[in-house]
Design a protein around this ligand. Structure first.
Ligand SMILES: NC(=O)c1ccc[n+]([C@@H]2O[C@H](COP(=O)([O-])OP(=O)(O)OC[C@H]3O[C@@H](n4cnc5c(N)ncnc54)[C@H](O)[C@@H]3O)[C@@H](O)[C@H]2O)c1
Length: 357
């Protein structure tokens, strides 16, 4: 028998992330863009409508643009194939750069396209929603959905650079700001008690979009502390699923918005943490109130526990009796706990009761 060793050559990759106001033209300079054989941009159609003649004008000058239609349903394999063909038609080669400009849908699928076109080309993300600036475009995870299940096909591909320009957020609706805030609360509650305490008192101002720059910088830092320690999601990074196990099921089964579904998933996880971990009443109340400050109404009576559990099991590809949930023994720390169907149903019943009070 002979033994050979394949030693992947890649050095550790570093991907700078910039946040601030008015930073696009300072970073995507003609000099930076000129180092690539071609530049191709995938741009959310609403973002193009809003900013192609202003904030994005210089970056997009002379660049072929693929106008990406709105909606999660376009984060699909069919659309991926169209994007790959479009790059080919535009003669993109291994030295080319792909720009992904839009919300998490665009940054997820464009990052994936960049990771597989010619086995990987350079990618720059310009996230344009709060959720994408603090979460989706941070950490190198890309994907498309399959069979009504999120992010089944994807890759890890570090972008060359991420540009989070807060001027792009001025056109977001309040509902979109709330979706981002929920993810910020998630990462703070699950990993950084100090940042949770710092931002939660300001939630009403943040919903009114004052002072988002500080929140964005802190949320990026909190997420990076996790993904830098576990870039390929072997362990610690699972903490970012806090609230998402139930949240994704609610989104698919009941059709609630993504933000509200995740917020409700976090309420369930808090109830579970009190029942089956050591979460104190004080921490529970603080985190519960923060979520309720963002979404104060949930039509939880209409949720079918059996259907939700089936969806959760299906998404986790589990036929067994228990599913791992991210619970919080205290604000800022997490624990993975196997939960049974009966325990899940109990937490749903208790959460419903608390909401209705
Ligand atoms: N890769 C990851 O680690 C990760 C993490 C979290 C979420 N995600 C993914 O992110 C996606 C959700 O992202 P999203 O919430 O940004 O949704 P989205 O990309 O669908 O954008 C939401 C809406 O906002 C519009 N929009 C975008 N920027 C705008 C702007 N500046 N002004 C006005 N309207 C604007 C879009 O046209 C769209 O209609 C999901 O697919 C989710 O799976 C990925």
């Amino acid at each position: 028998m002979k033994r050979f060793l394949f030693t992947p050559l890649h050095p550790p990759v570093t991907a700078p992330i910039y946040s601030g106001a008015d930073i696009i033209d300072k970073l995507a300079t003609p000099r930076f863009l000129k180092q690539f054989s071609a530049v191709c941009a995938v741009v959310d159609e609403r973002v193009f409508e809003l900013y192609s003649q202003s904030i994005l004008k210089h970056m997009l000058a002379g660049v072929p643009v693929y106008l990406f239609p709105r909606g999660e349903r376009h984060k699909s394999l069919a659309r991926l194939q169209r994007l790959l063909s479009w790059l080919w038609e535009n003669e993109a080669d291994r030295e080319s750069l792909v720009l992904g400009i839009g919300g998490g849908v665009v940054t997820d699928i464009t990052g994936f396209v960049a990771s597989c076109y010619m086995r990987g080309v350079a990618y720059v993300a310009v996230p344009t929603t709060l959720l994408a600036q603090i979460d989706a475009a941070i950490g190198g995870k890309n994907a498309v959905n399959l069979h009504n299940t999120k992010n089944v096909v994807g890759s890890f591909h570090a972008p060359r650079m991420v540009i989070c320009d807060s001027r792009l957020l001025s056109s977001l609706r309040t509902v979109q700001i709330k979706q981002g805030l929920v993810e910020a609360i998630k990462v703070f509650a699950a990993s950084d008690r100090r940042l949770f305490a710092k931002h939660v008192p300001n939630l009403q101002f943040l919903i009114g979009r004052q002072d988002l720059n500080h929140l964005i910088a802190d949320a990026i830092n909190a997420k990076l502390a996790i993904v830098n320690a576990d870039p390929y999601e072997k362990g610690l990074r699972r903490v970012l699923n806090f609230g998402h196990t139930t949240g994704h099921a609610v989104e698919a089964v009941a059709g609630w918005s993504h933000g509200k579904s995740i917020a409700f998933g976090m309420l369930i996880a808090l109830t579970l943490s009190q029942l089956y971990s050591s979460l104190s009443q004080r921490d529970f109340n603080q985190m519960w109130s923060a979520i309720i400050a963002i979404y104060d109404h949930f039509d939880a009576a209409a949720l079918d526990a059996e259907l939700l559990w089936e969806k959760i099991k299906h998404d986790k590809k589990r036929s067994g009796k228990q599913i791992n949930f991210v619970l919080l023994p205290r604000c800022g720390t997490h624990q993975i706990v196997p939960i049974s169907c009966a325990q899940f149903k109990r937490s749903l019943a208790e959460t419903r009761e608390r909401i209705s009070k």
